[in-house]
Design a protein. Structure first.
Length: 135
């Protein structure tokens, strides 16, 4: 019978975290890579702001590529590297959330964008905290 703090539990926690956060990052990144304007509208950016901005697709695709790379790293990292990968993911997610909250405050993004960013940041924070609580 395994104990809650045993190695099996640590491996299961890591698997659940990396599958959830990594899968979400790869999925959202892939959608944004192929449909950057549609993705920004879905996330609550004003339609008029997405229609004519020539730089928008490039910027969204750059962030999408980063999300795909981080998501893939989370999906394949063994537990010793997982802690650092989770920390980097948390840092970048925090920067993303700050950008979205700034856009929301200036009226360029909808409240659902801010809420989603904070939700993703919170899930990432939970993962980082769990990793730092492991022996």
């Amino acid at each position: 019978m395994s104990q809650r703090g045993g190695t099996g539990h640590v491996e299961r926690v890591w698997w659940d975290q990396r599958r959830t956060i990594g899968g979400l990052s790869v999925w959202l990144g892939t959608v944004a890579l192929f449909a950057p304007r549609a993705m920004t509208r879905l996330l609550g950016v004003r339609a008029d702001a997405t229609r004519h901005d020539a730089a928008l697709p490039l910027l969204v695709r750059l962030v999408a590529a980063r999300n795909i790379a981080l998501g893939a790293a989370l999906l394949v990292s063994p537990p010793p590297q997982a802690r650092r990968t989770s920390e980097v993911t948390f840092l970048l997610t925090g920067l993303d959330a700050a950008a979205v909250l700034t856009a929301w405050r200036t009226g360029d993004a909808a409240g659902r964008s801010a809420a989603l960013s904070l939700l993703v940041l919170g899930l990432t924070a939970v993962g980082v905290v769990q990793w730092h609580r492991q022996p």
